[in-house]
Design a binder for this molecule. Structure first.
Ligand SMILES: NC(=O)c1ccc[n+]([C@@H]2O[C@H](COP(=O)([O-])OP(=O)(O)OC[C@H]3O[C@@H](n4cnc5c(N)ncnc54)[C@H](OP(=O)(O)O)[C@@H]3O)[C@@H](O)[C@H]2O)c1
Length: 291
């Protein structure tokens, strides 16, 4: 039995699809107020709960052999990204879980103090590595599925908002590839107790994204490119009235200010271990947008 947390998220629901397509018994951890109809239709067993409650986590872990932790939240990283994963790992040890797959983030080991999410991810990685469980840690760059609403907006307006350095590099990952990698991690010997950077196959510059949109929709992109300083100004102003909001924008600031890409050697390692060819961003978008 697999347990998937964050099962209603953009990655989690794809993981449930892969598992159910392969007929694997799957528990999907969901909140009562989320949209989980599709998961149920695919034959996943629903565990209704909240990851802020330890007893819900304990119940979800009963009788589970594999855990794939994909949940996340910008709102309360200390509780959701950190505490809930520590509790899941402790329950996994108690239940004798065979393999724990953890969705981290590319760059979490670079010491970005401004982002609670990045800090929480790194600490959870450490805790998992010391737990004695078999694990696979996946550190993805940005998900291609994040770009679908932006592409739809571009289709209507031709406008793309790019905050910060347009030349910063990124290796956007196909969210479907990542879902397959997460599921395969429990079965592939070479993925056991390993950490993988997951992205690519291409190293793009951020300004390539509106160019790809332009090609897809046959439209010249209008790129609005405020500098990072403008973001900082707005963030600081917000901080005067709402210091908590200012703090929570730290993760976005870290994402906007830095590069997240996989080297060719990292992509090669991934494709070799998982016996796959990573899908390009353009391929992913064409598939979903039917263009
Ligand atoms: N998106 C990216 O570009 C990216 C890049 C690198 C790493 N990651 C990491 O990859 C993982 C998956 O990302 P994603 O974009 O697929 O996430 P997502 O779409 O934001 O989904 C988050 C999931 O977590 C669930 N969740 C949040 N708080 C919860 C709570 N208190 N109790 C139960 N469930 C709760 C949400 O449930 P509801 O439906 O009820 O809200 C949802 O299913 C995350 O760990 C994220 O940090 C994401």
């Amino acid at each position: 039995m697999f347990l998937v947390t964050g099962a209603t998220g953009s990655l989690g629901r794809r993981i449930v699809r892969v598992l159910r397509d392969r007929d694997r018994p799957t528990k999907a951890f969901v909140r009562l107020n989320s949209r989980y109809g599709e998961l149920e239709q695919r034959g996943a067993q629903l565990v209704i709960g909240d990851l802020r409650r330890d007893r819900d986590i304990a119940k979800a872990c009963e009788g589970v052999r594999y855990i794939i932790s994909t949940h996340g939240s910008e709102r309360d990283p200390a509780q959701i990204q950190y505490r809930a994963n520590i509790e899941l790992i402790d329950r996994a040890v108690a239940e004798g879980v065979e393999h724990f797959v953890y969705l981290s983030v590319l760059g979490c080991d670079r010491g970005y103090e401004d982002s609670l999410v990045f800090k929480a991810k790194r600490e959870v990685e450490r805790y998992l590595q010391a737990s004695g469980l078999n694990y696979t840690i996946l550190r993805p760059s940005g998900f291609a599925s994040n770009l679908l609403p932006l592409a739809e907006n571009f289709r209507q307006t031709g406008v793309y908002l790019l905050i910060g350095d347009p030349q910063n590099r990124t290796s956007i990952v196909s969210t479907d590839d990542l879902a397959r990698i997460a599921v395969d991690s429990v079965e592939i010997e070479a993925a056991r107790n390993q950490v993988f950077a997951v992205g690519g196959p291409d190293i793009l510059q951020r300004e390539d994204i509106p160019r790809i949109f332009g090609r897809l929709f046959n439209r010249e992109p209008l790129i609005l490119n405020p500098p990072l300083l403008a973001f900082d100004g707005v963030r600081n102003a917000l901080g005067v009235v709402n210091p908590q909001l200012q703090k929570s924008l730290g993760t976005l600031r870290v994402l906007l200010a830095n590069e997240y890409f996989c080297t060719p050697a990292e992509v090669e390692r991934l494709e070799s271990v998982y016996s796959m060819k990573m899908e390009s961003l353009e391929g992913f978008l064409r598939r979903y947008l039917a263009v």
